[in-house]
Design a protein around this ligand. Structure first.
Ligand code: NAD
Ligand code: MG
Length: 384
């Protein structure tokens, strides 16, 4: 099987390449990266890929020089990403880009008729109604890579009628590094503290989203789109150990969940091999070694990003998701660069949702405009 792997140099991308190494019949056809052209060139050589694309156009000639003695085709920019995403030489496109930059490549892959394995949750947060509609028209089932959504997807596999039988989704959350604390206790948080996630090692943007709980809010919106449920059917439960990756409750009260060690290679590999399962390099789970499993309610007053996402989820067919996602990207990047306080993220997202008008998210233009307006609002919010 051949894959187009977008975001190949990131946390998910490199773990996906690990899976290719352990299963030589899964091979990358095209690889893309944002700016890291050296790593991209290294992987292109290792796997002799057909096409590479660097999103940052100013790095095109540097990448071209790195690969001048190979047959690999070199692309750049947004159009290059969409071309790499829709390269018909592959059987599936894996989108592991971070942020709303992943939206158009997802659209391009679907339009070309390619199967899609999706780590890039921002595609669905910003443009879920449009993207799910497009996938349906094309007859393509988007397979989730996000661990919670993979767990839900896996838990639904035994059901003959997932829509009729599914009563609710239990979406688990680790709670991040600041769980159990109130805002007054969480002063002067620097990026180093916020980047210390208790259970998962991930890219910096999603790690900050986990600390603010924006990530769980985005995952609530993602779940509504992927599984066709209303936000009221999704219960967010804090589970500090990250062993139960999520569960579903059926109409008869039976609850089925998926457990495992917190290792993204399991859900990434499942998305690639579904409906089959293969050996995976992840450690097996020992229930006796992991000790107590605990479950608690989330604190949406302290972690206001979760509350904002719940409000946006109530307007799921509008650009509210694109607005809060765009605002969040600007605020997180400012926080990581020392230009914003940790709580500016929570407050800026809430203010963006309150002040930027949302419209139906039925076209890419509306979604991109929501994203732009969210970003502009966040920049103005920070400059006050
Ligand atoms: P990361 O920052 O480690 O990697 C992101 C990748 O996207 C890199 O290859 C980078 O070069 C590329 N990229 C960055 N900006 C880009 C742009 N503007 N255009 C094109 N490419 C760009 O991120 P990650 O942690 O691997 O996360 C990727 C996606 O997967 C995110 O949407 C995240 O929410 C989701 N996800 C990640 C994890 C995880 O464990 N890391 C778990 C679940 C979901
Ligand atoms: Mg997740």
């Amino acid at each position: 099987m051949k894959i187009n792997l977008l975001g190949a140099t990131g946390s998910i991308g490199t773990q996906c390449l690990d899976i290719c190494r352990s299963h030589p019949d899964i091979t990358p056809n095209s690889l893309t990266a944002g700016r890291n052209y050296k790593a991209l060139a290294m992987y292109a050589r290792e796997f002799s890929v057909r096409t590479v694309c660097i999103a940052d156009e100013s790095l095109y000639s540097a990448l071209k020089t790195e690969l001048s003695d190979t047959d690999t085709r070199v692309l750049c920019g947004r159009e290059g990403l969409c071309e790499a995403a829709s390269d018909k030489n592959a059987d599936m496109t894996v989108n592991a880009i971070v942020g709303a930059a992943g939206l158009l490549p997802t659209e391009a892959a679907l339009k070309s008729g390619s199967k899609v394995a999706l780590a890039n949750k921002e595609t669905l947060v910003a443009g879920g109604s449009y993207i799910m509609g497009l996938a349906k028209r094309k007859g393509i089932h988007i397979i989730p890579i996000d661990s919670e959504h993979s767990a839900i997807f896996q838990s639904l596999q035994g059901s003959r009628d997932p829509h009729g039988e599914l009563r609710k989704i239990i979406l688990t959350a680790s709670g991040g590094p600041f769980f159990g604390k109130k805002r007054e206790e969480l002063k002067n948080i620097d990026p180093e503290k916020a980047l210390a996630h208790p259970n998962w090692s991930m890219g910096s943007k999603i790690t900050i989203d986990s600390a603010t709980m924006m990530n769980k809010g985005f995952e609530l919106i993602e779940a509504c789109h992927l599984f066709g449920v209303s936000p009221k059917q999704v219960e967010v439960v804090i589970h500090r150990q990250s062993i139960l990756h999520s569960a579903v409750e059926f109409s008869d009260g039976a609850v089925i969940g998926q457990l495992g060690v917190p290792d993204m290679r399991i859900p990434i590999q499942y998305a690639l091999t579904f409906p089959k399962r293969l050996e995976c390099p992840a450690q097996p789970l020992s229930l006796t070694a992991c000790g107590d499993l605990t479950f608690e309610e989330p604190d949406t007053e302290t972690f206001g990003c979760l509350k904002s996402a719940m409000k946006a989820a109530d307007a799921i067919d509008t650009t509210a998701g694109a607005i809060i996602n765009g605002a969040n990207e600007v605020l997180v990047s400012a926080f990581l660069n020392g230009k914003a306080d940790f709580w500016d993220i929570t407050d800026g997202v809430a203010a963006a949702l309150e002040n930027v008008p949302a419209v139906p998210a039925d076209t890419v233009e509306h979604i991109l405009e929501g994203d732009r307006a969210g970003r502009e609002f966040a920049r103005a919010f920070l400059s006050k």
